[in-house]
Each structure stands twice: as structure tokens, then as C-alpha cells.
Design a protein. Structure first.
Length: 96
């Protein structure tokens, strides 16, 4: 399984808009055939920090995700909301 932890730091005034845009991307992403999990996590101590846990069956499925209309719409919508560039941390999913 191909997993990416996407670390996101948004501007405090953009938290609600980021969540709204990410909810739309999440709803479509979990429908992708190669998607195994797509969690959106918010830091309770710093609500402007998020982690997107994206698990795909393969690296090819993860790459295909980045070509979907919902991902590109999300990417463009949240670009100006970032307090700093988001960072994707690749991981190997061992279990389940």
C-alpha cells in the first residue's frame, strides 16, 4: 500500500475555507478505485495544522489521484490558504 502523510499549515483566517474545500476533495477521493483510506486530521492544539492520510493500493493509483478533477480543483482552491508549502511524507503501508 502506498501511503502519503500530507502535512498542511494553513493561515488561521482560512481554516474554515480549507476544511470546506478539503471535504469536497475527500468525498470524491474515497470513491477512487485505488483509494484505500483518506483521512483528514486537524491538530487540536493548533487548529491551523492538518495531516491528510492518503492510502492508495499502489503508487500508480496515488499518481492517478493527482490527475483527477477533484484533486486539481482542491489544489488550486487551497493554494492561497497555505501559511507555508504543504509537505508530503511518503510511507509504506504495512497493515492492514
Amino acid at each position: 500500500m502506498h501511503v502519503t502523510l500530507v502535512h498542511v499549515h494553513v493561515k488561521p483566517e482560512c481554516i474554515a475555507a480549507f476544511i470546506d474545500a478539503t471535504r469536497i476533495n475527500h468525498a470524491a477521493s474515497v470513491q477512487e478505485s485505488g483509494n484505500r483510506r483518506f483521512d483528514v486530521l486537524q491538530n487540536p492544539g493548533d487548529p491551523a495544522r492538518f495531516i491528510l492520510y492518503e492510502a492508495y493500493a499502489s503508487a500508480a493509483d496515488a499518481a492517478q489521484h493527482k490527475q483527477t478533477p477533484h484533486y486539481t480543483a482542491w489544489r488550486d482552491a487551497v493554494a492561497g490558504m497555505m501559511a507555508e508549502p504543504r509537505v508530503g511524507e511518503p510511507m509504506n503501508g504495512l497493515f492492514p
